[in-house]
Design a protein around this ligand. Structure first.
Ligand SMILES: Nc1nc2c(c(=O)[nH]1)N[C@H]1C(S)=C(S)[C@@H](COP(=O)(O)O)O[C@H]1N2
Ligand SMILES: [Mo]
Length: 398
């Protein structure tokens, strides 16, 4: 293919040869960071897609109720890899940004497509990490719905990543080869580094700084889900042991507008749908039923998780009392009228698990209003968003 010709007079500013002098803009540094980012992004993507499937299961997907703490781990890893990727990405972008100004800007179609795929990768990565971090800080200065944007952004980013890995395979192999090979500077012609180019920092120093930053961020946030590191969780937006009854609150009763309805003495749990005996049960009725205790985590999609002791009525006992068919599924509805998280679905294995409860007590006390009084759903291996609070109705589906 004939190379594209660009008039030389356009070669101004950073497009001029020799603009970038630091020897740290080299292939090997870029390749080491790229490899680490590739691993982090792949793990983050896989755990993220899994979390999406659990929350919006297509017909071919079945999420089991066991092991009870599985989602806590997959989502903890999702958030940890995302956070660790932040400093790695920033340093990697600094190492390779002179590439933005390569001359000629486009050599041929293949080169043009490769540069275009970088737009998806770089733009997508920055978007994903920035909005992800803002989401766990519960800061929403944007108008779009975060989970949908985060989901589609992930596919664009991973598409860019696949194209980039394909395009860079040979370079990366060469750059990661035996350390004795000569360093290949990114811009074609490089004068030797001088003091004014920020010299002094070696490649090893830069990489150590990048990986240390990733390690420190992980260490100081992992305690939000990993109790032995709890006292170090100074950067975590939530402390897993701070809140009423020793557990954080995600949405308060006031903000869900249920303070009246949840405290109404006439409250009854309705069980309807495909059942032989629709039921209405008062709080006293529920307290009179066999109570079951389970130690289960709340594992929020935002990455924090905390274990607690829950006590209440098994959903399967309620289903049996109402004459629900074997193997049924259940929609759990909250008293909360508005909001995306005012209902959740229990698939077959979750509905019938011995530890899936409508909890009346938390850590030995009557459930606090903010934790879902009078009753809240709690079950093993479920994302926090599916642990519906202030339950008012169970709708059974055969
Ligand atoms: N009705 C209702 N239930 C809800 C929510 C909600 O917004 N409304 N938030 C969910 C989310 S995102 C989480 S992480 C858990 C947190 O439970 P907690 O506030 O008792 O810790 O509640 C879940 N149950
Ligand atoms: Mo959550």
């Amino acid at each position: 293919m004939k190379p594209l010709a660009f008039p030389a007079r356009l070669r101004v500013g950073p497009l001029r040869a020799g603009t970038f002098r630091s020897p740290l803009h080299d292939e090997r540094t870029a390749a080491v960071l790229g490899f680490a980012l590739g691993v982090a992004f792949t793990v983050c993507f896989a755990t993220g897609v899994l979390s999406h499937l659990v929350q919006h299961p297509p017909s071919w997907f079945h999420w089991p109720s066991r092991p009870a703490g599985l989602y806590r781990w997959t989502q903890g890893i999702h958030i940890a890899t995302g956070i660790a990727a932040v400093p790695l990405l920033l340093v990697k972008l600094w190492v390779v940004y002179p590439r933005l100004f390569t001359w000629p800007p486009v050599e041929d179609t293949a080169h043009g497509l490769e540069r275009l795929s970088l737009l998806a990768l770089v733009g997508g990565s920055l978007f994903m990490l920035a909005t992800g971090v803002m989401n766990i800080a519960l800061w929403y200065p944007w108008g779009f719905y975060f989970p949908a944007a985060h989901y589609w952004g992930a596919w664009i980013t991973i598409g860019g990543l696949v194209a980039h890995v394909g395009a860079k395979l040979t370079t990366t192999r060469r750059a990661l080869g035996p350390a004795g090979r000569p360093v290949v500077p990114l811009p074609p012609v490089e004068p030797p580094p001088d003091a004014s180019s920020g010299g002094g920092l070696t490649r090893r120093g830069l990489l150590t700084a990048a990986f240390s930053a990733a390690g420190v961020l992980t260490l100081f946030t992992a305690g939000q889900t990993f109790p032995p590191l709890r006292s170090l969780a100074i950067l975590a937006p939530r402390r897993s042991d701070v809140g009423p009854q020793g557990l954080p609150v995600n949405k308060t009763a006031r903000s869900a507008r249920v303070t009246e309805s949840a405290r109404d003495p006439a409250w009854q749990l309705e069980i309807g749908g495909d059942v032989r005996r629709p039921l209405s049960l008062s709080l006293a009725d529920l307290r009179g039923m066999p109570q079951h205790e389970a130690r289960l985590p709340i594992a929020c999609v935002e990455g924090w998780s905390a274990e607690a002791t829950w006590r209440g009525v098994r959903v399967r006992d309620l289903l049996a009392a109402a004459g629900a068919p074997d193997g049924c599924e259940v929609e759990v509805r909250s008293l909360q009228e508005r909001g995306r998280y005012n209902h959740s679905a229990l698939n077959r294995s979750h509905a019938h698990d011995v530890d899936t409860l409508l909890a009346l007590e938390l850590n030995g006390e009557t459930l606090a209003l903010d934790h879902g009084f009078p009753v809240r759903l709690i079950g093993p291996n479920r994302p926090g968003v599916l642990q519906t609070k202030w339950v008012g109705r169970l709708v059974v589906r055969a």
